[in-house]
Every structure is written in structure tokens, then in C-alpha cells.
Write a protein that binds this ligand. Structure first.
Ligand code: GLP
Length: 241
């Protein structure tokens, strides 16, 4: 695994955008695995600018997002469908028909999850997976547990994640208790993984992922066994390494 430490979050965002841009320049019909949360926002801002300047073309790419809350409408201000439109898709020359975010609204979420994994395989697999990391080491919404769950699945969110994500909602009570998330095999099958972590509140999760044992209690630790993974960190997130 490669670990790159930058001075600040703005540089991390630029570095991540550069890797995604390189991927799309080399292979315009790439399948990207995309992430939500605050960490990728600077990256997306840079990609929007590169698209405006004609450096990056999104018209032929396909994307699969990592996760979505269960039970909130797609146009809800906190839904990940809405986030991706607001933060990236509405501002670049993407064909929205080629963008995918799992539905957290379907009656049969297990069927949605199975179909999502199948679609990714049919699309040829993920070329580049962008990830953030939770304070508890989660990736996507794969929460700490006694195993790594391979496929897309419905997750009960932990109290730590509910608290961390309360900042996006009016109150803690409004944070959905469940989500649908890509599983660990789907993430590990990506040909390249780019993880972004910024801020001191990620330092412990980063240390445990990079230096601790491969342990499902810290789901990101499995990435150490991936043949092509890069962690892009700011100084604060790298402060315990
Ligand atoms: C959320 C998302 C993750 C994200 C993580 C960190 O719960 N499901 O995909 O990586 O939390 O979010 P942030 O970047 O806002 O700290």
C-alpha cells in the first residue's frame, strides 16, 4: 500500500482529483466507484473545474456509488443521490443514465443489493474506487463487526456513525438507522483504490488501518491486502502514523 501525506485537505482533494482525471484520460469509459461524505468534496470541486477546462471528460464513464441511507427519498437534502447530483453530476458532462446509487427505498432491499453487485460485474468491474473512512474505520457503510461482509447488503448503523453523521441532519433522531452499502469484496475487487482521509478525527482509524492487524473491527484494515491501494492523507489524519 502507498501512503501519501499532504499539508492540508485542499491538496488531498487535488491529488485525488488528479488520480481520477488520469484514470479517465487513460480510459474514458472507466467504471468509477464513488463516495459521499465531506472528504471527497474538495476532490469533486477540482474535477468540476478540470471538466470545465476540458481536461477531464465524464461523458463515457460509468459510476457506482458506495452506499445510501435506507428510507429517505432520493431528493431528500441528506440523501446520497442528492449529494452526488449537487456535488458532482449536475456540474459535469456526465450521462446520468450511467450513474448509479443504490436505492434505499425499495421494498426488497436484499434484491436491490444483489442486483447492484451483478450490475457492477456486468459493467466490467470497478476500475477506480474512491473511498472515505469513518471515525470507526468503516468504508462505505461497512461497520465494525466480527466479519467482512462480501456483497452489497443492508447495514444497521452504529451509534458512532449515527453521531458522526448527525451534523448533516436536523437532529440525531432524524439520522436513518439503516443503510445499503457495497460489501468488502466489491470494494476489494476494484482494480485501484484511492482512500481520502482528512482531519484529526480520522487519525486513529487511519493508524489502525495502516499499522494494526487486518481486523473486521476496523473494516478499512482489509485494504492493506489490496495490490493497488493509495491513502491520501492530510497531516492531521496522518498524525498517529
Ligand atoms: C459516511 C459514508 C462513508 C464516508 C464516511 C466518512 O458515513 N458512508 O462512505 O467515507 O462516512 O465521512 P466524512 O468524509 O464526512 O467524514
Amino acid at each position: 500500500m502507498q501512503v501519501c501525506v499532504f499539508e492540508n485537505a485542499a491538496q488531498v482533494g487535488k491529488a485525488a482529483a488528479t488520480l481520477i482525471a488520469a484514470q479517465l484520460i487513460e480510459k474514458p469509459d472507466s467504471v468509477l466507484g464513488l463516495a459521499t461524505g465531506s472528504s471527497p468534496v474538495p476532490c469533486y470541486k477540482n474535477l468540476i473545474e478540470m471538466n470545465r477546462q476540458g481536461v477531464v471528460d465524464f461523458s463515457r464513464m460509468t459510476s457506482y456509488n458506495l452506499d445510501e441511507y435506507v428510507g429517505i427519498p432520493e431528493d431528500h437534502v441528506c440523501s446520497y443521490h442528492r449529494f452526488m447530483n449537487d456535488e458532482l453530476f449536475d456540474h459535469v458532462n456526465v450521462n446520468k443514465a450511467n450513474t448509479h446509487v443504490p436505492s434505499g427505498l425499495a421494498e426488497d432491499l436484499d434484491a436491490v443489493a444483489a442486483a447492484y453487485d451483478e450490475d457492477i460485474v456486468k459493467a466490467g468491474g470497478i476500475d477506480l474506487q474512491l473511498l472515505g473512512i469513518g471515525r470507526n474505520g468503516h468504508i462505505g457503510f461497512n461497520e465494525p463487526g466480527d466479519k467482512f461482509i462480501p456483497g452489497c447488503h443492508v447495514v444497521e448503523l452504529t451509534q458512532s456513525t449515527i453521531e458522526a453523521n448527525t451534523r448533516f441532519f436536523d437532529s440525531e433522531a432524524d439520522v436513518p438507522r439503516k443503510a445499503i452499502s457495497l460489501g468488502i469484496s466489491s470494494i476489494m475487487n476494484a482494480r485501484k483504490v484511492v482512500l481520502i482521509a482528512t482531519g484529526a478525527d480520522k487519525a486513529e482509524a487511519v493508524r489502525l488501518s495502516v499499522k494494526g492487524a487486518v481486523d473486521p473491527q476496523v473494516q478499512a484494515s482489509i485494504l492493506r491486502t489490496h495490490p493497488n491501494v493509495i491513502f491520501l492523507l492530510d497531516k492531521a489524519a496522518a498524525s498517529q502514523l
